[in-house]
Design a binder for this molecule. Structure first.
Ligand code: FE
Ligand code: FE
Ligand code: ZN
Length: 277
C-alpha cells in the first residue's frame, strides 16, 4: 500500500491531528513543531500524546515527520540568529522523544554571503550541538531549490554535511520533488539518472522520506513554489512514475501542496489510484 499523507496543523493538539490524518486518508503525515514563523512551542500535554499514540496504533498511522520552522537559519552569520536556530532545534529534538522512532526535517539554511564552505561547517556544528546519542529520532536534511544562498540544493553539499556531523548514523535525507526539479535535477525526463546520482553522492540508504509536490516553475528555475499535484511543471505522469519507482515506492510520501483538507483528501485518493499494487 502507498504510504502517503499530507501536512497538518498541530495547533489543536495531537489527538485532533490524528483525526485530520484519518479524514484525509493519510497513513503518514507531516506537522510543524510550533508556529512555522518561529516562537515558542506549546508545552507537551501527556494525555493528548497518549490518546494520539493510541489512535495512531489502532488506525495504522506511522512515519510522523516533524518539520522545523522554516524561518530558522542553522548556518546564520549573526550569532543571535544562529543561537536561536540551535535552541529551537535542540528543544524540538527533545520534544520528539515523546514520539520515538520518527523523523525531524529541517532546511539546512542560507549561508548569507559567508560562502558554501562556511555554511556547511556551521550546519554540521549546529547538528553536533543539538543531536544527542540517546535520541530515537532520525534527523533529515531537506533537498533545497537553491534560491538565494540556500545550502543543500546539490547532493554533494548534503553529503558533506553528513560527513562532518558526529552522530551521522542518525542523519538522513528528505527529497522534495519540487525543490530538486527547481534545483536542476530532471526527475521528469530522467528519474533513473537522478536517483543514480543520489546514490553515488549520498547513498540511497540515506533517503528516508519524499516531499511530494508539483512545481509552479520550470526545470532548474531555483524558485521553490509548490503547485497542486498534476497542476505544475512536473505533471501527473512524472509524479506517477515517482511514487511507483522501485527505489522510492516503499518510502513515506508527504504532500506539501497548496491545499486545505478537502484538496489533500482528493490528491491522496488520486495518488492511491495511480499506485501499482
Ligand atoms: Fe521544507
Ligand atoms: Fe519540502
Ligand atoms: Zn518548498
Amino acid at each position: 500500500m502507498l504510504n502517503i499523507g499530507c501536512h497538518l496543523s498541530v495547533s489543536r493538539g495531537y489527538a485532533a491531528l490524528a483525526g485530520e490524518a484519518i479524514y484525509t486518508g493519510s497513513s503518514c503525515f507531516q506537522f510543524f513543531t510550533r508556529n512555522p514563523r518561529g516562537g515558542g512551542a506549546k508545552p507537551i500535554d501527556e494525555a493528548d500524546i497518549a490518546e494520539f499514540l493510541d489512535i495512531a496504533g489502532r488506525e495504522g498511522l506511522n512515519s510522523f515527520l516533524a518539520h522545523a520552522p522554516y524561518t530558522i537559519n542553522p548556518c546564520a552569520a549573526k550569532p543571535e540568529t544562529l543561537q536561536f536556530a540551535r535552541q529551537t532545534m535542540a528543544d524540538d529534538l527533545t520534544r520528539m522523544e515523546w514520539l520515538p522512532g520518527n523523523y525531524y526535517n529541517f532546511h539546512p539554511g542560507s549561508h548569507v554571503g559567508q560562502g558554501i564552505e562556511r555554511g556547511i561547517q556551521l550546519i554540521a556544528e549546529t547538528l553536533d550541538l543539538t543531536m544527542f546519542p540517546e535520541q530515537r529520532t532520525t534527523v533529515l536534511l531537506e533537498t533545497m531549490a537553491g534560491k538565494g544562498s540556500e545550502v543543500g540544493s546539490k547532493f554533494e553539499e548534503l553529503r558533506e554535511i553528513i560527513d562532518r556531523t558526529r552522530l551521522s548514523d542518525k542523519l538522513g535525507v528528505c527529497l522534495d520533488t519540487c525543490h530538486v526539479y527547481d534545483a536542476g535535477y530532471d526527475i521528469v525526463g530522467d528519474l533513473d539518472g537522478v536517483l543514480t546520482e543520489f546514490d553515488k553522492r549520498i547513498g540511497l540508504d540515506r533517503l528516508k522520506c519524499i516531499h511530494l509536490n508539483d512545481s509552479k516553475n520550470p526545470y532548474s528555475s531555483h524558485k521553490d513554489r509548490h503547485e497542486v499535484i498534476g497542476g505544475g511543471s512536473l505533471g501527473l505522469e512524472a509524479i506517477g512514475r515517482i511514487i511507483n519507482h522501485p527505489a522510492l515506492r516503499r518510502l513515506p510520501f508527504y504532500l506539501e501542496t497548496p491545499n486545505e483538507l478537502e484538496g489533500y483528501k482528493k490528491e491522496i485518493a488520486l495518488l492511491r489510484g495511480l499506485y501499482l499494487e
